[in-house]
Design a protein around this ligand. Structure first.
Ligand code: SAH
Length: 377
């Protein structure tokens, strides 16, 4: 894997900024000015940092420092208001990041609670009550889930903390969102497996909370099931909510659709889930992508209920977002509803995730750096 350029200010903690300013003989308070400019004002060039003396701004540039805000190389807007951004890093690598606004009608449709992730209503781009940004953590992905488009890319490299934050900063700028960011939620559910880029991911969480000003309670990270990192994550003092991509109700099925299950099987994964230290009123989320004729039968719903029972959790069902490259089909709506009915009947809180931006290839599992729009979905 190639490292990203190291000269980006975005991604530095206040301690790292303090070291930087002290090394160049500046007073320590300059670090706070830099921190505010980078994360609160979200400037995109050093010469915009008006609180710094002009000669120090020049000096930072001469030393090779840049803000490091990634470039918006493409933007596709869906009929439902969702925008898929193609974000270009300094080395030319690109990832996708999705902006999902919700209107102010409050017609959430699936009973999910406030602060939740992608289960949203239709919305226009002009006004929104709440918005969710779906963030990428890696260029591509190494996990190889057989129903996911991102898997087709393989993994190119990890994103740095600055590049993870850069996606959010670039979109907040483009959408002209001003602080305080009370109406913005984040989901780490874009390209990549956040728990295979754990340190950069957690560093970005810290900076998002302290710098950008998004509380961790409004962030959710989804993992394909990297069990040792789930345990590490449970020990973090400041952490987003956790979602686990289950996608199958028994080991043989899960190994078929998620080969990663050979390494950490359902027994180990569910033990980690059961032992995960939830906070007051916090719930785990289990995601379950429904694949027609594969994992969508009544018996699978019952097996899933048995797996999840006793855990303070909810299940999010996602009907497959289809594509010609994938060996699976999307189940009919009645099938999805029947699956939900069985789970709800077994006492499991179960929601159906509404697809966002399928027409622009922005929905779950569809992120694969499509430069052109698909002709049909
Ligand atoms: N690597 C993490 C983060 C990606 S989140 C993880 O696996 O959890 C993406 C979510 O979309 C996951 O729950 C995944 O199971 C789901 N997904 C992947 N491909 C999909 C597809 N084609 N249709 C619907 N959901 C999909």
């Amino acid at each position: 894997m190639q490292p990203a350029p190291p000269n980006s200010l975005l991604g530095l903690t206040s301690q790292e900024l303090t070291n930087l300013v002290l090394e160049s003989g500046q007073p320590a308070y300059r670090a706070q000015q830099l921190f505010d400019a980078l994360y609160r004002q979200r400037i995109d060039a050093i010469d915009q940092i008006s609180t710094l003396p002009t000669d120090y701004r020049l000096r930072l540039g001469e030393m090779g420092w840049q803000v490091g805000l990634p470039k918006i190389a493409g933007k596709f807007v869906s009929s439902d208001g969702t925008a898929r951004y193609l974000i270009e890093m300094a080395d030319g690598e690109t990832v996708e990041t999705v902006w999902m606004p919700e209107g102010d009608g409050g017609e959430s449709g699936d009973g999910s609670e406030a602060g939740d992730e992608i289960e949203t209503s239709s919305a226009g781009t002009a006004s929104w009550r709440r918005a969710t940004i779906c963030v990428s953590s890696q260029v591509g992905c190494a996990v190889n889930c057989r129903f996911c488009f991102t898997a087709l890319l393989g993994v190119k490299r990890n994103l740095t903390a600055g590049e993870i934050i850069g996606q959010i900063a670039a979109i907040l700028r483009d959408q002209r969102v001003q602080p305080p960011l009370q109406r913005v939620n984040l989901v780490f559910m874009g390209m990549g497996e956040p728990f295979l880029n754990y340190e950069n991911f957690m560093k970005s969480v810290g900076l998002l909370v302290e710098g950008i000003g998004i509380p961790e309670a409004r962030m959710t990270v989804s993992t394909a099931g990297i069990v040792p990192r789930i345990r590490d994550f449970g020990r973090e003092a400041v952490r987003p909510k956790l979602a686990i991509s289950l996608n199958a109700s028994n080991d043989s099925l899960r190994t078929e659709v998620m080969p990663l299950n050979r390494k950490w099987n359902l027994g180990e994964l569910m033990t980690a889930a059961r032992e995960f230290p939830l906070r007051t009123r916090e719930r785990l989320t289990f995601e379950y992508v429904l694949l027609e004729g594969v994992n969508d039968a009544a018996e699978h719903a019952r097996e899933l209920a048995d797996l999840v029972r006793g855990i303070r959790a909810k299940v999010n069902l996602i009907a497959l977002n289809p594509g010609a490259e994938l060996p699976y089909c999307t189940p009919a709506q009645e099938r999805v509803l029947e699956f939900q009915r069985i789970l709800v009947g077994a006492g499991i809180a179960t929601f159906i995730r509404r697809p966002r931006g399928r027409d622009i290839f922005a929905a779950c599992g569809q992120l694969k750096r499509t430069i052109e729009l698909p002709s049909a979905t």
